[in-house]
Unconditional design. Structure first.
Length: 157
């Protein structure tokens, strides 16, 4: 049953892919709409966002992220704790179940750039390396929207 569902999902994606071409790929992992936000001059941290789709038949995991703009880059989530939204480091990374999409977005899962060397400027292309447990590593660029932007500046590719 699992195999049949995976085959159906793969067939659907094969049909859909010319319309929704991924921005980047790492093996069966598709990476879409990577973006970040400009930071105020004194900020020491910034967030990065993107959508990951595992088109393969095996589960994978985003295990680490790295960027030359940050002293340290981590994977974080946000959840409610005592009525307050709190960020939490995910040392084991983010699971990417076969055939599913996972979105990193404001208020939820995100890439955290820490110990920034300088502010992220609006319009900048931030270099980021994503490393997956099975699919390996891929270098991507995250385009910086304005300070506090709720979404990417330009959704068109
Ligand atoms: Cu964070």
């Amino acid at each position: 049953m699992r195999t049949l569902l995976a085959a159906v999902a793969t067939a659907f994606m094969a049909v859909a892919s010319p319309v929704f071409a991924a921005d980047y790929t790492a093996g069966p992992i598709e990476i879409d709409t990577p973006w970040t936000r400009a930071t105020p001059p004194s900020a020491k941290a910034g967030g990065g966002f993107l959508k990951l789709t595992n088109t393969g038949s095996e589960d994978d995991r985003l295990v680490s992220v790295a960027s030359p703009i940050a002293g340290r880059t981590e994977l974080h989530t946000m959840d409610m704790s005592g009525g307050v939204m709190k960020m939490r480091h995910l040392p084991d990374g983010i699971a990417l179940p076969a055939g599913q999409s996972v979105e990193l977005k404001p208020g939820s899962l995100h890439v955290m750039f820490m110990d920034l060397a300088g502010p992220i400027e609006e319009g900048a292309a931030v270099q980021v390396t994503l490393t997956f447990e099975k699919a390996g590593s891929v270098d991507i660029e995250m385009r910086a929207a304005g300070i506090g932007a709720p979404g990417p500046a330009d959704m068109a590719h």
